[in-house]
Design a protein around this ligand. Sequence first.
Ligand SMILES: C[S@@+](CC[C@H](N)C(=O)[O-])C[C@H]1O[C@@H](n2cnc3c(N)ncnc32)[C@H](O)[C@@H]1O
Length: 239
Amino acid sequence: MTKPTIAGNRTGRKLGQRVKNKKMKSSSRQWLQRHINDPYVQRAQLEGYRARAAFKLLEIDEKHQILKGARRIIDLGAAPGSWSQIAAKVTGSTDDDVRVAAIDFLEMTQLPGVTILQLDFLDPEAPARLIEAVGGTPDVVLSDMASPTTGHHRTDHLRTMHLCEVAAHFAIEVLGEGGHFLAKTFQGGTEKELLTMLKQHFKQVVHVKPASSRAESVEMFLLAKGFKGRKTQIAETEA
Ligand SMILES: C[S@@+](CC[C@H](N)C(=O)[O-])C[C@H]1O[C@@H](n2cnc3c(N)ncnc32)[C@H](O)[C@@H]1O
């Protein structure tokens, strides 16, 4: 069977639909109209993913091969759970042998093979609980965390960048050698110090914008590939 193309519409729902509810605020009507006409939303429904975000991870992986051979994965900011669905599949995680740990402060419906922590990642207990939940050294740390929007652009931006930074430090603390770190960031938003730090610890650091990330959004992903390992870092620092 051929895979449905992104542009194709196999849900039976027509694209180009208009929302006519006049009682709705115009911004809400525009959001709903964009959502129901979004081919990625339709494809996510068709393929059983909990969110269109699934295609961002799949596209990045298709190009950069970060999930191949992964045995354990930590998913930060995981709700509703499409990245965790993919992580459970690639690691072959089951409830008897859990290999994926997910965290979100929002409630997330259970997923086979995924231990879900309903907790703020910035809680001091979160790192230890994630490591305990994933049951060993992770090969991949994913973060799609975005701070809840306040409506004040600069504040939202700074908060999400802070999450990205804390996630990067966490990845460096926990990843196994050769592991990968992928995190949501913003165009032009990654601080120079964070990039420098990641370049010291990983073989390759790049920014990626998958096609499924809306063009009008400033969202980008920061990908750090090939963790050099903690021993190498200590040696480099000492040298
Ligand atoms: C874009 S959504 C993630 C979508 C997810 N990757 C998927 O595929 O379904 C971002 C998530 O980050 C979560 N988040 C933001 N800040 C967080 C924090 N400090 N701790 C835990 N989760 C957080 C939000 O609650 C939200 O559910």
